[in-house]
Design a protein around this ligand. Sequence first.
Ligand code: 2RA
Length: 339
Amino acid sequence: NAPSLAVVGVTGAVGQEFLSVLADRDFPYRSIKMLASKRSAGQRISFEDRNYEVEELTADSFDGIDIALFSAGGSISKQFGPIAVDRGTIVVDNSSAFRMVDGVPLVIPEVNPEAMDGIKVGNGKGALIANPNCSTIICLMAATPLHRHSKVIRMVVSTYQAASGAGAAAMRELELQTHEVLEGKQPTCDIFQRQYAFNLFSHNSSVLPNGYNEEEMKLVKETRKIWNDSNVRVTATCIRVPVMRAHAESVNLQFEKPLDEDKARDILKNAPGLVVIDDRASNNFPTPLEVSKKDDVAVGRIRRDVSQEGNHGLDIFVCGDQIRKGAALNAIQIAEMLL
Ligand code: 2RA
């Protein structure tokens, strides 16, 4: 029978998208619990013609819950994820808390479904499955089909990341600043302590001793775990750009064996969850606006890397909705595989 669900962090941008995706995909559930912080408890949410009250997340929230979707930050996941698993719940966690823990599946359903083999609702055991970082999901949705055909030995990624990745408040501030700047006012800079509108800046995550920021090292480490390849060489530069909710990424791939661009385009055209937008004549390629609120990741600018020998290199450009495929949709596709 249909599983009982809980949505942890239901009032946030991803939490709200969980509900949209559950409805869009007609996900079967016998009950759903809306969970959030004490501050949000008591709010009313109408969902699929029913009225729900947001409940405060506590250790007892998971009794009788088959699947819990978490997107409430790493500390909440660290505190309550294991409690839920102990109660027999299968947790799909959108935070980074457990992604690199050995034994925790890090899953993009179209890419490495085998990583969660054997985890199913109803076998009485709890489990925790980690949702990769949005920029990793969007990148690997395009890079992996190529990698499966002709092993990638090096990947260089430059990201152009949307405000939504920093949360709903960042989206609101980008909009506010845009108005303020156009009206000649001093922009309100509460979230990033700098002007964001008509600007771009290095990703706002902490910079590590090696000079990379946390977002960049997530791409490096998560790619190696998802591809189960500790030798693939990955480097990344992650930039925050004044776009609302879809990330864009320039990806350069170096292959062990040659892969020509026509074959690459053909592979991408047949890959699940991808749409190829690659019209050189009209200079029409993926854009964040066109993929916003959509499920598919768009890929284009497919071309041989002229800096590499023969057909050992390829450049592509990828866009994907950060809140949907970058978070909520991917998590719910994982949940669908548990049924
Ligand atoms: C960002 N990847 O875009 C993060 C969101 N979790 O900042």
